[in-house]
Ligand binder design. Structure first.
Ligand SMILES: [Zn+2]
Length: 942
């Protein structure tokens, strides 16, 4: 008997779907029908979702294998067999516990975190009883290899000999890619119950297997309920049937609408934070992230497509090949189609395959064509079943574990080698340390340092002054000897995590020249390019902090920090309340968070629009004054608490006399309103864009956000809000959903004093002539003739050309010109980091000194507005200042300089604040938060 099927063994007659239903019906139909008609109709109703036509293929998952009856198969616990139904989070948890209870000596469950919606995150550890008993020792051993400093060769050899290979299978980070989860449950069952499988035996002998069946439980349950609710009598294979077409926002994202397969180094989400902590506990040698892709595709596994990041070592590439080849062997055995080296690259470090790889693991993405429900009709008319996905992910998982088991000692040595090479980079590499001077926005700086620490990168802090030679500022300039004040932070490269540190801190990495040439060729022919994700992500740029790459290790006394240490004790207020006011300098993210908290609890504050000097201290424009009179009674206690929480040091003014600049009562000031923010929600809104905004405002800055369904915007009393945000859109865009009614409602809101904030495609919509809220223009692609360099052929003689204009008939046919489209959008920039110049006199630019780094990830090029229509608060920088990191097409480099990034346009009594790009991308660009907060906190009421 092959796959253990337990039909008939359960007390409930009919599981939620699958063949046992049919069997139950048949049994009832025969002799009992006449006697128990009600029971029959009850069973028929329960069994209504029997697939018809098209039963899932009944081929066993593991042919020829028998299973230990003491280990329960899924059906016994949840009512559905493996692959017969999509398991919801509750099913998964129930089954994990049933397995752990059945084999407590071989399986342990670890609750490693909680999702936003309170669902528990679990991983299972499976191994031999001996290994399960010594798990703490194994974890210790892996941590010793992960930090091999001072590890003698003999000790290393002993560890390699002794340690099992830790492998990690992670599933369903995208909640609507569900088959991996059920495959994971099958892997666990197989490892615990298979009785005659030499592969499973070898895996258990050589490995400790960590299985996270469900990384995104909130997204999965959202998907599960939408597909289950749309199902009728039979599962429907129609690709656009409601079972397969998800309501907004879909199940891919987590509760906060983030793509968690981009979040690994930004660590904005609780699920990611928990996962990173778990990873750093175990240092798995292989980390597989199992996904699903479009239903017409087959299966993808390693090796990845180009570009592969240069910091992925030859050794790791060898392993990718090795894992891929063994998967191929298994897929051939089953006759499964697959592809490698196409579509899925390995460049961005925020993927579940990337981040572990830069830490020395071998990270891989697997992708299965998705039935996005129980059954899906492919273009070739064949049926793809959910069970097919479960089967392929199961085979790929077992095959991966087999490769790891067969190469246990080599895999351990490769990992050790990677961590040792990390230390050696600090001795031999051109950069010995990245140094971050303790100045500028300390709340941003310390958040960045804690972020590095939280992902296993060592950070030290200077106890006294530091001196370092050959230090080059991040934003360019000559290298030289620099003195850094006490408190500055140092990320030394002589550490095991230097690869990841380098990948996150160095601004730019070139892609394969061959890959880039191919993309240029494709772009010239207007074919889709193959950039998969952003091409730049440098954290110092995104955070807008100063940093230096130093060719020598800084000299001076340094102190090691632990996660959370950076910035401890940064904020404070003196014990004695001030006689007149607290004054908080603008320009720190913490000051904005503090302001939002103060306004929310009814404290009154006033923003001063010009710089001033108070008792010798300079305050930039935008700084706010909290006077002590006419305020809540506990103001001082609150100020002290919030200053501490946000790392801010408010100035205590005992006199209102300023030395220079406007007084507190100046006309160049604004009484700040409590922000009441609404955001457009639901189609056509880009779920990520809406999620990033809401997460930043609510979770990071304490500004409540009311989401409003887009199709109801025309009916909502918008005047209840001070700010309305239209995030990026997808698909048909705002015009189709809002219509004239929606546009008029939004216009009326602005006319009556509202603040409208728009990102990217939403800003484009404002330019529609029917909307006319933004006097900018989305530029078309420049034709070569618009570009002076392309004006004439290089060898043409201008004299001759002027003298003798050639007759049209004499000109040879110019094929390239003839096929060029008349009007087309500029080429899409694949997520580069560009510089913008910021107008420091406009309140939307308060807190910035001249420039900022922005992520440009679109084909948007917006003409600046004219002086009589508004202000171009931020424009793209010129010349070689423009591109700070990443890939930008030559023609965009020519077209982007001085085009609008952020426009303010007054309209009626209100304001339009239009961004050409989403400033909140992935909520990892802390350096841009003030642009958003200036719009949200400092604009209403002007
Ligand atoms: Zn995915």
């Amino acid at each position: 008997m092959a796959h253990h099927r337990a039909s008939g063994a359960r007390s409930t007659p009919c599981p939620r779907s699958g063949s046992p239903c049919a069997a139950a019906l048949r049994r009832l139909r025969a002799p009992m029908r006449a006697f128990v008609p009600t029971l029959f109709s009850f069973a028929a109703a329960l069994c209504a979702q029997v697939p018809d036509p098209g039963q899932p293929p009944a081929a066993p998952f593991a042919p020829g294998i028998t299973y230990d009856a003491r280990i329960p198969p899924l059906e016994l616990v949840t009512g559905h067999a493996f692959g017969a139904e999509i398991s919801a989070h509750a099913d998964v948890v129930q089954y994990l516990h049933a397995l752990a209870a059945a084999a407590p000596d071989r399986m342990q469950l670890v609750e490693y975190g909680t999702s936003w919606e309170g669902r528990r995150l679990w991983y299972a550890i499976v191994g031999t009883p001996a290994n399960v008993q010594r798990l703490p020792k194994i974890r210790e051993g892996m941590q010793r290899l992960a930090d091999p400093r001072g590890l003698a060769d003999a000790e290393a050899d002993a560890l390699v000999k002794d340690l099992p290979a830790v492998g990690w299978l992670a599933n369903c980070v995208h909640g609507d890619e569900p088959s991996g989860t059920d495959a994971a449950l099958l892997v666990l069952y197989h490892l615990l119950a298979a009785q005659n499988d030499p592969v499973a035996a070898k895996v258990l002998q050589e490995c400790v297997v960590l299985v996270d069946p469900l990384q995104n439980p909130d997204g999965r349950d959202r998907f599960y309920h939408s597909t289950r609710a749309a199902r009728g009598r039979w599962p429907d294979a129609t690709p656009l049937g409601a079972e397969h077409s998800q309501p907004w926002p879909g199940g891919r994202v987590n509760h906060a609408l983030f793509d968690m397969n981009r979040d690994w180094f930004a660590m904005t989400q609780p699920e990611t934070q928990a996962r990173v902590r778990a990873f750093l506990d175990w240092w798995p040698l292989v980390y597989v992230d199992l996904h699903e892709m479009g239903g017409n595709s087959s299966y993808y596994f390693a090796p990845p497509a180009a570009p592969v990041h240069q910091e992925i070592s030859a050794g790791q590439r060898g392993w990718l090949q090795r894992y891929g080849q063994n998967n191929a062997r298994w897929f051939d055995r089953f006759g499964f189609d697959y592809f490698t080296r196409e579509a899925y690259d390995s460049f961005y470090p925020g993927y579940g395959e990337g981040w572990p790889t830069f830490h020395g693991s071998v990270g891989m993405t697997f992708e299965m064509g998705s039935a996005r429900g129980l059954v899906y009709r492919r273009k070739d008319d064949s049926l793809l079943f959910y069970r097919d996905g479960v089967h392929r992910h199961f085979v790929a998982s077992m095959s991966t574990l087999e490769t790891l088991a067969n190469g246990r000692d080599e895999a351990l040595r490769s990992f050790l080698q990677h961590r040792r090479a990390g230390v050696a980079r600090g001795e031999t590499g051109p950069v010995k340390a990245y140094v971050f001077p303790d100045r500028g926005d300390r709340t941003r700086l310390t958040r960045l340092m804690n972020l590095l620490l939280a992902q296993g990168i060592e950070v030290q802090q200077a106890k006294g002054e530091l001196q370092a030679a050959a230090c080059k500022p991040l934003l360019g300039g000559e290298a030289g000897t620099v003195a850094f004040a006490a408190g500055s932070y140092v990320v030394a490269m002589a550490q095991p995590a230097s690869t990841l540190a380098h990948v996150l801190l160095q601004p730019h990495f070139d892609m394969d020249p061959g890959f880039l040439d191919e993309q240029k060729r494709r772009e010239q022919r207007r074919r889709d390019t193959e950039f998969y994700d952003l091409t730049a992500w440098a954290l110092p740029l995104l955070f807008g902090v100063e940093s230096f790459a130093c060719g020598e290790l800084p000299r001076g006394e340094l102190q090691k920090l632990r996660a959370g240490d950076a910035g401890a004790g940064l904020g404070s207020v003196r014990e004695q309340p001030p006689a007149v006011a607290y004054v908080v300098a603008w320009g720190q993210n913490g000051a904005a968070a503090m302001l939002a908290d103060l306004l929310r609890v009814g404290v009154k504050a006033r923003c001063i629009d010009k710089a001033f000097t108070l008792a010798g201290t300079e305050f930039p424009a935008g700084s706010y004054v909290v006077k002590v009179h006419d305020q809540p009674a506990d103001l001082h206690a609150r100020m002290r608490e919030l200053a501490k929480a946000h790392g801010v040091v408010p100035f205590c003014a005992d006199s209102s006399w300023v030395d220079k600049g406007p007084n507190f009562g100046t006309n160049a000031g604004l009484v700040l309103k409590v922000p009441r923010v609404a955001v457009a929600w639901d189609r056509p809104v880009n779920a990520n864009s809406a999620g990033w905004l809401r997460y930043l405002l609510e979770q990071r800055y304490g500004v409540p956000v009311t989401p409003l369904r887009t199709h109801e915007l025309a009916r909502v009393e918008l005047d209840r809000f001070t700010v309305l945000v239209l995030p990026e859109s997808a698909g048909a865009g705002y015009a189709a959903v809002l219509g004239k009614g929606g546009a008029d409602a939004i216009k009326g809101f602005v006319e009556r004093g509202g603040v409208l904030v728009t990102f990217g495609s939403a800003s484009r919509w404002l330019m529609d002539k029917d909307v006319a809220l933004l006097a900018s223009e989305a530029e078309a692609r420049q034709k070569p003739k618009d570009d002076p360099k392309h004006d004439k052929p290089k060898d043409a003689d201008p004299q001759q050309q002027g003298d003798k204009p050639a007759a049209a008939a004499d000109k040879p046919f110019d094929y390239e010109t003839a096929i060029r489209p008349d009007k087309e959008t500029p080429p899409n920039t694949p997520g580069a980091i560009l510089a913008v110049t910021i107008d420091p006199d406009h309140w939307l630019g308060f807190g910035y000194r001249g420039s900022a780094s922005v992520v440009h990830d679109s084909s948007n090029i917006f003409t600046p507005v004219k002086l009589d229509r508004g202000t171009n608060v931020a424009i793209y920088a010129t010349g070689d200042q423009l591109v700070r990191a990443g890939f930008v097409w030559d023609e965009s480099r020519r077209q982007l300089p001085q085009k609008a990034y952020l426009v303010h346009q007054p309209h009626g009594r209100g304001h339009v604040v239009a961004f050409a790009e989403d400033p909140n991308v992935r909520a990892f660009a802390d350096g841009l938060n003030l642009l958003l907060l200036n719009a949200v906190l400092l604009t209403a009421g002007r």
